[in-house]
Design a protein around this ligand. Structure first.
Ligand code: SAH
Length: 252
């Protein structure tokens, strides 16, 4: 089959964080699929068709993009951050697995992007500088009981956390529920970073202690980093503290 589909990560916000390879994949596509606001961040060239879809319809978008590629088109599917992190690349793989056999012969590529947790971490120091886990707090695709179990077990394992999808009207306040669980299993003084709209003009970073976190100040554009017992603040004159997780760890 001659069609080609590339799932392209465009980073968390600012254009300077889009890789040259990602830009080239978008520029070379005949059809570009993605969530409307993401498409609006991109330049289009003449002759290129944009297909804006709702953010919640990831599988339908993957099927539409694969169907176009199967007719011989060169297709790009754009995804915020990295397409492999809670995003379109897995939806495309799922669609290929369940789809017609000829989709398996398509040329499929993934172009990585800067994921939100790395952009957020870079703003404050190195909170993810030792072992960490990334967890989505959305219970759209998994039960809350599993999210809670993962929060508890990563706390027992003393790993820092990057928490995606912390809130939205439809999801009933994942951040508030997560903080309630984490307060039971991590020290009250654990550093927490609330990083919102990183790379965008309205970016904000708030550093708190776990005991002061209740989900307030968190929305669907926030990435939360929760420290381990080895995460510390380094005070600096006239500057925000550095937040970092020590590279050395002792035996449990
Ligand atoms: N594929 C994306 C994540 C998609 S899930 C990535 O790799 O970053 C959507 C979640 O990502 C949001 O709810 C938020 O937690 C996080 N996120 C995405 N962009 C962000 C940004 N600019 N600033 C902070 N968090 C962001």
């Amino acid at each position: 089959m001659s069609g080609r589909l590339t799932v392209v990560g465009i980073g968390p916000g600012n254009e300077a964080w889009i890789t040259p390879a990602a830009s080239a994949a978008i520029a070379g596509a005949q059809d570009v699929y993605g969530y409307g606001p993401y498409l609006n961040r991109l330049l289009t060239r003449p002759g290129q068709t944009r297909h804006a879809t709702d953010n919640r319809e990831e599988l339908a978008r993957a099927v539409a993009a694969l169907s176009a590629a199967a007719t011989g088109r060169t297709v790009a599917v754009v995804s915020g951050g990295d397409p492999g992190v809670f995003a379109m690349a897995a939806a495309v793989c799922e669609a290929v697995e369940a789809g017609p056999p000829d989709w398996r012969a398509l040329d499929i590529a993934i172009e990585p992007g800067v994921t939100a947790m790395l952009a957020a971490a870079s703003r404050v120091g190195a909170p993810l500088g030792a072992d960490f886990a990334a967890i989505s707090l959305s219970d759209n695709l998994k039960p809350w009981a599993l999210i809670e179990r993962r929060l508890r077990l990563t706390s027992e394992a003393d790993m820092a956390l990057a928490l995606y999808n912390p809130a939205s009207q439809a999801r009933g306040g994942g951040a508030a529920r997560a903080f309630a669980v984490l307060k039971e299993c991590r020290a009250a003084g654990t550093p927490v970073v609330l990083a919102s709209a990183i790379g965008r003009p309205d970016e904000s970073i708030v550093i708190r202690r776990l005991s002061d976190c209740d989900g307030e100040g968190v929305d669907m554009r926030t990435l939360i980093i929760v420290g381990s017992s080895a995460t510390r603040l380094v005070a600096r004159p006239g500057r925000a503290p550095l937040v970092y997780t020590e590279r050395f760890a002792r035996a449990p």
